[in-house]
Ligand binder design. Structure first.
Ligand code: MTE
Length: 334
């Protein structure tokens, strides 16, 4: 996220200056792309659902030291676009608890201890429960889904996540009729997170969804990426991923999921309510007050002459989510 004191880095109101972009090696992993494309065409032929990811092998073992997370690819949710290289997905991050620079999370998140880990599911539910991460990993079948990921800052990636719909957890805890929103509260431990010493945001990081958004089939409770457990910098051991919303809605390293009757306070909205709305659906027609949202820079594609991509309404997921916002003024509820 761009904080106001970094305002100087905005160029011409629609992008981030080159000085802000951490230099990265750009990898062309043709094999991975071809396998992903093969996956998509197999899926179109109806032959993939239920097939194990191991059989598939699309994104296997990018980091030989990381624990594998076997999952079947859910071909209904595979974007037919080139997957962003693992190196970029895991070194170009936003995770302010570890610093505000893009490379800070990968450099500093080694102090995070993602195991043991508990997530308290509480509030307006019939079955509140403190879940152990090992139990959450087994709660429902893990799926691999390749989602577009669009940051409010104007960059995007395509990422193979591993998880299952948040709805799977929600149906087990049984929200009461008072549950209108879900709040995600993430870890705020200064002994593990050096960035917490900087009071940029109201820690702990908090995010929220309306109930219909929370049970939408796209909403992924996420434990892995690239066929392995989440690296710390990507929100280990558990986060949400909401591909039709700007990336800051996808809270990392969650410790509490709270069902509430009123719209919960959220960190970025509290920081700058006129810049970061509660809904934050990807919307190319509603600009951020300090830059345009019409286009995006796809990480891994950014050569000097590389044209930017047009940003898609709801990040291209309108068929699955647009009906939730029918009749709402999306300029007001940005
Ligand atoms: N979650 C926490 N706890 N802290 C953060 O700073 N940053 C958000 C979101 N979740 C953030 C967070 C922002 S701004 C983005 S764009 C995404 O995480 C980035 O996810 P990624 O680094 O895995 O791409």
């Amino acid at each position: 996220m761009l904080i106001k004191r970094e305002q100087r880095i905005i160029l011409a109101g629609d992008d981030i200056a080159a000085s802000e972009i951490t230099p990265r090696a750009v990898f062309e992993n043709r094999r991975r792309v071809l396998q992903a494309a093969g996956a998509a065409s197999l899926a179109a032929a109806g032959g993939v659902l239920g097939m194990s990811r191991a059989a598939f092998g699309a994104y296997a073992s990018p980091n030989p030291k990381a624990q594998k997370l076997a999952a079947a690819t859910n071909a209904k949710f595979v974007v037919p676009e080139k997957v962003t290289p693992y190196q970029d997905v895991t070194t170009y991050n936003n995770f302010y608890e570890f610093g505000t620079g893009k490379s800070d999370p990968s450099e500093n998140a080694g102090t995070l201890r993602p195991h043991p880990w508990r997530v308290s599911v509480e509030g307006e539910v019939k079955n509140p429960k403190v879940y152990d991460i090992d139990e959450l990993l087994k709660l429902a079948p893990l799926e691999e889904r390749v989602y577009r990921h669009r940051c409010v800052e104007g960059w995007s990636m395509v990422i193979p996540w591993v998880g299952y719909p948040l709805a799977e957890l929600i149906k087990r805890v049984q929200p009461t009729s008072n549950a209108k929103f879900v709040q995600f509260i993430t870890l705020a431990d200064p002994s593990q997170m050096p960035g917490i010493a900087d009071p940029i945001l109201n820690w702990p990081y908090s995010e929220g969804l309306r109930m219909d958004e929370a049970v939408n089939p796209l909403t992924l409770l996420t434990m892995g990426v690239y066929g392995q457990v989440l690296p710390n910098q990507n929100g280990a051991p558990i986060r949400v991923v909401l591909p039709w919303k700007y990336g800051f809605k996808s809270a990392k390293s969650i410790v509490k999921i709270r069902f509430v009757d009123k719209q919960p306070p959220t960190s970025w909205n509290a920081y700058a309510p006129n810049e970061y709305g509660f809904y934050s659906n990807v919307n190319p027609t509603v600009d951020h007050p300090r830059w345009s949202q019409a286009t995006e820079r796809r990480i891994g594609e950014d050569g000097f002459f590389q044209p930017k991509r047009k940003t898609l309404m709801f990040n291209g997921y309108g068929n699955l989510v647009a009906s939730m916002y029918q009749g709402m003024d999306l300029r007001k509820y940005f």
